[in-house]
Design a protein around this ligand. Structure first.
Ligand code: FAD
Ligand code: SF4
Ligand code: SF4
Length: 463
């Protein structure tokens, strides 16, 4: 602990964000880094607690307490205070393969558990983490690392989201030959096609993929492993196969919308936006431009749909939230907003959320395109684009069937294991635990990689 009184002397200062009315006009990242001298103070606020709840990473009364990756938070906070970024990086990479992702999109369970937050403000662990990894990239500390030996074993990882990438990274550094199979044109999973650029720039995802490629991981995109012959080939040619295909099945909207033009699921709308913005393609999915948009649902996905609609130039945006407003209020009675709701209010004057609301009926024009939504309380809202961000119901059956693995909502394994009923096939991430978070996907990927390594070698030194 570099400065025992740091938490008394310095106030918590979070990374700044660009003003809503400015950032809503482009697709660039909205978080801004803070100056190096301020970052040192934020590192100095960490008390290096005897029992660092921030890194505990346990489930307590159904809630996540501390970092699921057990990041060595007090150690790298101390190094941040000293400006010793090389040391901070070496401690950070011990437990987290991709701090550039978690430092941007993790909900920071560490901060919710931070002792400093009990009677004051928690340490800015999340922002400190991002500062370490971004410093490392900018100062060429993130060069490729190669395993000193080769095991001669081959592993196929199906799916290139954070879980698949973590499995691949761990096993590659252990000396196995790793091929990642991805059905979409670009690797990254929801990091690339779900979470929008302003929250997680696609250059950041590409930068990591390039590093992993340089380190020897092969990425094969545009290959769908749910095709039975292809799945059988993977089983024959690889010593182990790890399925990390996410939880792609959308939860239904709960109202008949078959054949109505202008009704979409979030995971049709968001990837199409990435295709437009990042790949200069013109997908066959409507954009929000000039339309009255209604998003059904809450959470990250719904917010990202609101923010994306604003950037595409929608005429208006509303968000239907099933639960009552009281459920979301802070103890002081205020209503928290995330980045998308802030932006919608700045642009249109009101918070976009309508609480205790759901869709009761849809109205269409003569061509069968959506023209209005009638809500549960009978309100008629003009609407030409309805986006269901109603969550995910589990993983897809086709890929499980192709590999012969048992599933219910997600792939079945013994508790605490990542091995399926097919001895050589493992699973991790949302496909295993259900719709979740990037930090959990990385944690699952790491634990799964250790089990695969034990299966291949009889022991493992992966943690
Ligand atoms: C819009 C949105 C916003 C989110 N925002 C956040 C956030 O801010 N913070 C956060 O922590 N989490 C967020 N999440 C959740 C987070 O993105 C996921 O929990 C995480 O990406 C899961 O990782 P995964 O690797 O298990 O699966 P995914 O990221 O879903 O990756 C699965 C990959 O498998 C591929 N695949 C599927 N089937 C096949 C097949 N048959 N053959 C080959 N490849 C296949 C898919 O194309 C995909 O690339 C968000 C999710 C969404 C949808
Ligand atoms: S990964 Fe998330 S929970 Fe863990 S230290 Fe980083 S921000 Fe905190
Ligand atoms: S709980 Fe907070 S103050 Fe204590 S070690 Fe963790 S980050 Fe530092």
């Amino acid at each position: 602990m570099g400065k025992p009184t740091g938490f008394l002397e310095y106030a918590r200062t979070e990374n700044r964000v660009r003003p809503p009315l400015e950032r809503v006009r482009d697709w660039e990242e909205f978080h801004l880094p803070c100056p190096p001298e301020e970052r040192k103070k934020q590192g100095a606020r960490c008390m290096n607690c005897g029992v660092p709840f921030c890194q505990a990473g346990v489930q307590f009364e159904g809630k996540q307490l501390g970092c699921p990756l057990h990041n060595l938070i007090p150690e790298w906070n101390d190094a941040v205070m000293d400006g010793n970024y090389a040391h901070a990086l070496s401690r950070l990479l011990k437990t987290n393969n991709f701090p550039e992702f978690t430092g941007r999109v993790c909900p920071a369970f560490c901060e919710q558990a931070c002792t400093c937050g009990m009677y004051g403000d928690a340490v800015t662990v999340h922002d400190n983490e991002l500062s370490v990894i971004e410093y490392a990239y900018q100062h060429h500390l993130m060069g490729p690392h190669f395993s000193p030996h080769s095991s001669g074993k081959k592993v196929a990882v199906v799916g290139s989201g954070p879980a698949g990438l973590a499995v691949a990274d761990q096993l590659n550094h252990r000396g196995h030959s790793v091929t990642v199979i991805e059905k979409r044109p670009l690797p990254g999973g929801l990091l690339m096609y779900g979470i929008p650029n302003m929250k997680l720039p696609k250059t950041v995802v590409r930068r990591r993929i390039e590093l992993m490629t340089c380190e020897g991981v092969s990425f094969v995109c545009g290959m769908d492993a749910s095709e039975p012959a292809f799945a059988q080939r993977l089983l024959m040619e690889y010593d182990a196969v790890v399925l990390c295909c996410g939880a792609e099945k959308p939860r239904p909207l709960g109202i008949e919308a078959e054949g109505v033009g202008g009704v979409l699921y979030a995971m049709d709308f968001l990837p199409a936006s990435v295709a437009r913005q990042q790949l200069a393609l013109t997908p066959d999915v409507p954009s929000a431009e000039g339309k009255n948009v209604i998003i059904v649902g809450t959470g990250n996905t719904a917010s990202d749909c609101v923010a994306t609609s604003l950037r595409q130039g929608c005429a208006s945006v509303k968000q239907l939230v099933r639960r009552p407003k009281e459920d979301y209020l802070r103890p002081d009675g205020s209503l928290p907003q995330d980045y998308a709701q802030e932006e919608a209010e700045a642009l249109f004057g009101d918070d976009p959320r309508l609480f205790s609301q759901s869709v009761a009926a849809l109205e269409t024009d003569k061509a069968g395109n959506l023209s209005a939504v009638v809500t549960k309380d009978g309100t008629r809202l003009p609407c030409e684009l309805l986006i269901a961000a109603t969550g995910f119901a589990g993983c897809r059956e086709d890929v499980c069937k192709a590999f012969g693995v048992d599933m219910e909502r997600t792939v079945k394994t013994e508790a605490g294991s990542y091995r399926t009923n097919v001895p050589q096939v493992f699973t991790a991430g949302d496909m295993h635990r259900g719709q979740s978070l990037v930090v959990h996907a990385i944690a699952e990927g790491r634990a799964c990689a250790a089990e695969v390594d034990r299966f291949l070698m009889g022991y493992s030194n992966l943690i």
